[in-house]
Design a protein around this ligand. Structure first.
Ligand SMILES: [Zn+2]
Length: 62
């Protein structure tokens, strides 16, 4: 088992962020803070066969 890295732009400030993703097939959802503006970003990643197949980035909903 290894780890993948999701690269995404912050929906608030556009800063490039990186976040580790487990190399497990399926959908993973979590929230992380932008390393630049520290605002919460909602991530949804679909992993299949050890690769990131699909990634949705959104602002955290209240
Ligand atoms: Zn940001």
């Amino acid at each position: 088992m290894s780890q993948l890295t999701a690269e995404f732009d912050c929906p608030y400030c556009g800063h490039s962020n990186f976040s580790p993703v487990d190399d497990v097939s399926g959908v993973q959802e979590w929230t992380t803070d932008c390393e630049n503006c520290c605002r919460p970003i909602s991530l949804r990643v679909r992993v299949r066969h050890g690769e990131i197949e699909e990634m949705d980035i959104d602002r955290e909903q209240d």
